[in-house]
Design a protein around this ligand. Structure first.
Ligand SMILES: [Mn+2]
Length: 327
């Protein structure tokens, strides 16, 4: 029998000079957490021990609840005292060179991701599938193609990862997401999914949302939203809520920070894709990318006058993009 992707990855990682780390994007979300948990279990089946390390905070209530419910052993980079240059890392649900991941001292030898392909950054193992709606579906496939059955807590977290990243199987969903969802469903504990769904917003979030929603401005089918919070995951979650408003098919949400402007874009208008729009918004001043339906970006403070120009700048660019693409 020919080697599976898991076999190839495990064979590579066995040569690691020291420890193996699995690193998701910063501010890990349910898809990133589930993917790391699943991959850690898979690698252990092939005799490779690994640690999950992440940078920045885990912000959202459901992500934090996941860690407790599924007993996920994640370590913040600042507490990973043994992490060093001789260690190897597998990037999960993220790629090198993206604004959402810190370059830790480890050697990033492998990547498993479902975001836009950023080119080979020196990896020795790559599995990047931009067509997949979630990284959890890719990891789930690693189980089934190796005839391994995920334990219930892992099946449940992967199911929830697919659920969250595809917005309940309605956003950027591929056949793989659906197939894996179906296979995991039989193994998952649905009561825990219900519990996670009941933990998606914290009381603090609610207040931040309330303030942010007062800023919503609508131009044709574009909704603009300005969030004052420093919390990255809220930006995406708030965009999703604004997108659910009747008549709004595109959302540009942004948060102005000292370091620069964080952007989150959503679109269900097939003529005005979220990734194209975010690239237009940051053109010449920042970085951005993503999927047709959801995308993100960042404009560093040096490139834009944070004190006053941001709102007009973004609105002007978004509206002219919209008029051009939908004309
Ligand atoms: Mn993801």
């Amino acid at each position: 029998m020919s080697e599976t992707r898991l076999d190839i990855l495990a064979r590579l990682l066995k040569d690691a000079p020291d420890e193996v780390f699995l690193q998701p994007h910063n501010v890990p979300d349910p898809d990133a957490i589930a993917s790391c948990l699943g991959l850690q279990h898979l690698l252990a089946q092939r005799g490779v021990e690994s640690k999950i390390v992440y940078d920045q905070e885990i912000e959202k209530a459901n992500s934090l609840r996941m860690l407790e419910l599924f007993d996920v052993p994640m370590v913040a980079a600042r507490d990973a005292h043994t992490l060093g240059e001789e260690d190897w890392a597998v990037l999960v649900d993220a790629q090198k060179g993206n604004a959402n991941i810190t370059d830790l001292p480890t050697d990033e030898v492998a990547v498993i991701d479902h975001h836009e392909y950023k080119g080979n950054q020196g990896y020795r193992f790559e599995d990047v599938r931009p067509e997949a709606g979630s990284c959890s579906a890719i990891i789930a496939e690693y189980f089934f193609e190796n005839s391994l059955t995920p334990p219930s807590r892992i099946a449940t977290s992967l199911l929830y990862g697919i659920f969250m990243d595809t917005d309940n199987l309605t956003r950027g969903t591929s056949t793989l997401d659906i197939d894996m969802f179906y296979q995991l469903y039989a193994l998952a504990d649905i009561a825990l999914i219900a519990e996670l769904r009941g933990n998606e917003i914290s009381l603090t979030d609610l207040k931040l949302y309330a303030d942010a929603f007062k800023t919503v401005e609508v131009y044709d089918e574009i909704g603009f939203l300005r969030l004052s919070s420093v919390n990255d995951s809220l930006l995406g979650a708030a965009s999703d809520i604004v997108l659910s408003i009747a008549g709004i098919n595109i959302v540009v949400a942004y948060a102005i920070r000292e370091a620069g402007v964080k952007l989150s874009v959503r679109s269900i208008n097939s003529h005005a894709r979220a990734n194209d729009l975010v690239r237009r918004l940051v053109d010449g001043v920042g970085v951005g990318g993503g999927h047709d339906h959801m995308a993100g970006g960042f404009i560093p403070a040096q490139k834009i006058d944070i004190s006053r120009k941001v709102d007009t700048f973004l609105k002007h660019r978004a509206i002219s993009f919209f008029e051009k693409t939908t004309a």
